[in-house]
Design a protein around this ligand. Structure first.
Ligand SMILES: Nc1ncnc2c1ncn2[C@@H]1O[C@H](COP(=O)(O)OP(=O)(O)OP(=O)(O)O)[C@@H](O)[C@H]1O
Length: 265
């Protein structure tokens, strides 16, 4: 479990990005941080692996204060996936995926084998293994980004708008495969998006942030749609809340994968 208690981030220029945040993130689930631009989602995410240091308050991972763990050790157990995949342009796909095992000095043959297995898991054609990132589509690059984060088998994955740079159809299929993969892996995932539909589709729980870095609501998707906590949340959910709720209920009833088709209609 990841726990925020009274966490504030004030940047050196005085901007308060996150303001006295209390948040409990369940192990083995997908927790989505959603909200408008500039509301502190990325800052919150990056405080977990200490890419950003909290100004006040405490963040714990499985009961240990992250401030007491040196960042490289902390990050070994925390994968990180970002929007543009952040792949190394001069390394092949299989080498990109094996980046962390290579850094840890693992046996090359073994890490390449694992990398190829991960390619299959995230739905990448094995023929792409020896290509370079620029020779892949945006959606394929995102899959490589996910595979690379999984290569070190971290119990926690931080994902910052990982699917937002691709078109809606590719995005829906990435989301579906990601949900299938998570069913199998049961990682603790913290997922940032500004897209409420994505939040509802992926999140076990959704934290809705508002500008100023405070939490407007923290609940399951169903609770969020049924009972928005205030006008801000209601506006953020938008006018088609009824349709979204219906779609969400249908997805719960449907086979895995059927939801994406429903979402595109
Ligand atoms: N290094 C920094 N120095 C000063 N202010 C910063 C810094 N990084 C972020 N901020 C500010 O902190 C606030 C929260 O930013 P953050 O990136 O966490 O928001 P976000 O919700 O992830 O936004 P987006 O959806 O646009 O990525 C914003 O006002 C932003 O301008």
């Amino acid at each position: 479990m990841i726990s925020f208690t009274g966490v504030t981030k004030r940047y050196p220029d005085g901007t308060v990005a996150v303001d006295h945040l209390d948040l409990e993130i369940a192990a083995g689930r997908i927790t989505v941080l959603v909200g408008p631009s500039g509301c502190g989602k990325t800052t919150t995410l990056r405080m977990i692996n200490r890419m950003v240091e909290a100004t006040e308050g405490t963040i714990t991972v499985d009961g240990r204060n992250v401030a007491d763990i040196d960042p490289p050790t902390l990050r070994r157990g925390i994968g990180y996936v970002i929007q543009q995949a952040g792949l190394f342009p001069h390394r092949t796909i299989v080498d990109n995926i094996a980046t962390v095992p290579d850094l840890l000095g693992q046996d090359k043959k073994r890490s390449r084998r694992t990398a190829r297995e991960l390619m299959a898991r995230v739905g990448l054609d094995p023929a792409l293994a020896t290509r370079y990132p620029a020779q892949l589509s945006g959606g394929q690059q995102q899959r490589v980004g996910v595979a690379r984060a999984l290569a070190a088998d971290p119990p926690i994955l931080l994902m910052d708008e990982p699917f937002s740079a691709v078109d809606p159809i590719v995005r829906a299929s990435l989301q579906d495969e990601f949900l299938r993969l998570q069913d199998e892996l049961e990682k603790t995932i913290v997922f940032v998006t500004h897209d409420i539909d994505e939040a509802v589709k992926l999140g076990h729980r959704i934290a809705v942030f508002q500008v100023g870095g405070t939490l407007a609501q923290y609940s399951t998707p169903d609770e969020l749609l049924a009972a928005p906590a205030n006008d801000f949340v209601r506006d953020f959910l938008g006018g088609d809340k009824g349709i979204r709720r219906l779609r969400f209920t249908q997805e719960l009833d449907a086979e895995p994968g059927a939801g994406a088709e429903a979402a595109d209609r």
